[in-house]
Design a protein around this ligand. Structure first.
Ligand code: RB5
Length: 149
C-alpha cells in the first residue's frame, strides 16, 4: 500500500520523523513525501490538495497531512470530493477513523502532540481496517452531501 504524506512548515519536522518511523516499522508500505522540501513558510491548502489528489488517483492508498493544529489541513482536505480526512490527536480516534469512517487521510497537529504519540496514532491508523456494514450506509449519506449546491 502507498502512503502519501505532506505538511506545512509547522509540521515539517514531524513529517520526517513519521516518514522514518514508517520506513522502519511498516515495510509493506511505500511512503511518498509530497513536500514541502524546505522549512520555509508555505500555505497548507496547497499541500493538502497535492496530497489528496495523489490519494484519489491511487486506489486503496492513504494520506497523512500535518500542520500546527491539524485544523487548517483538515478543513482544506475535506473540501475535496472523495476525501474523508480525520483530524486525530489521539490513538482511539485514529482507529475509529479507519474502522467506522473509512478515513483516507489522517491529519495531525504537530503543535498539539509530541512525536511519540504521533507515531502511535499513525500506527493505529495504518493497522485498522474499515468494518463496512452500517458504516457504509452512513458514508453514502456523507457522499450525498458532496453534491449539495
Ligand atoms: C501555521 O502557522 C499554522 O497556522 C498552520 O500550521 C495550521 O495550524 C493551520 O491550521
Amino acid at each position: 500500500m502507498n502512503i502519501y504524506i505532506s505538511s506545512d512548515h509547522a509540521g515539517y519536522e514531524l513529517k520526517f520523523n513519521l516518514i522514518s518511523m514508517m520506513i522502519e516499522k511498516f515495510k509493506d508500505y511505500e511512503v511518498f513525501d509530497c513536500g514541502p522540501y524546505s522549512e520555509e513558510s508555505v500555505d497548507y491548502p496547497v499541500f493538502a490538495e497535492k496530497t489528496c489528489e495523489k490519494v484519489l488517483s491511487d486506489v486503496q492508498s492513504l494520506g497523512i497531512l500535518i500542520c500546527g493544529t491539524g485544523i487548517g489541513m483538515s478543513m482544506a482536505a475535506n473540501k475535496i470530493k472523495g476525501i474523508r480526512a480525520a483530524l486525530c490527536n489521539d490513538i482511539f480516534s485514529a482507529s475509529l477513523a479507519r474502522k467506522h469512517n473509512d478515513a483516507n487521510i489522517l491529519v495531525l497537529g504537530s503543535r498539539v502532540i509530541g512525536s511519540g504519540l504521533a507515531q502511535e496514532i499513525v500506527a493505529s491508523f495504518l493497522q485498522n481496517k474499515f468494518e463496512g456494514g452500517r458504516h457504509s450506509e452512513r458514508l453514502a449519506l456523507i457522499k450525498n452531501l458532496e453534491n449539495r449546491n
